[in-house]
Write a new protein. Structure first.
Length: 143
């Protein structure tokens, strides 16, 4: 299997997880297990295999932007980095969705926030925290 195929497989798998998280009823247990465990586990396994098999030989490092650029010049390490983002953004998306469910934020409002977590991780997370704070403030002002 080549790097482009693995990239497509990892991206499609993560996209499936996001589609389930955003669109599917959360009360269906098997879907929750898929998004919370199966997909992050698969992405984490791919990441681990890539790092163990290719990281040491890639060169580069984390000490400067030039070293990071050199590290990610390796296709398998770049794919590992991408897979890292996919896995962690999905896990953050699950956390955000759970928090928004607990405060009663409607799913139609959750959808664009979760899309932002998927596309721009920290931006979506920040917006989710702002929405949660606003919901809590509105809830406490009505008591």
């Amino acid at each position: 299997m080549n790097w482009d195929t693995l990239f497509s497989l990892a991206s499609s798998t993560a996209m499936l997880g996001w589609a389930i998280l955003i669109l599917a009823p959360r009360r269906i247990a098997v879907l929750g297990l898929t998004v919370r465990h199966a997909i992050p586990l698969a992405l984490s396994a791919l990441y681990t295999v890539l790092v163990l098999g290719h990281f040491a030989a890639a060169g580069g490092g984390y000490g400067s932007i030039a070293e990071v650029r050199a590290l990610f010049a390796s296709d398998p390490v770049l794919l590992a980095g991408w897979t890292h983002y996919l896995a962690f953004d999905l896990l953050v998306g699950v956390l955000v969705a759970d928090r928004m469910d607990r405060i009663g934020l409607h799913r139609l409002i959750q959808a664009p926030i979760l899309a932002l977590v998927f596309l721009f991780g920290p931006v979506g997370f920040l917006l989710a925290l702002i929405a949660e704070a606003a919901m809590r403030a509105l809830g406490s002002s009505h008591k």
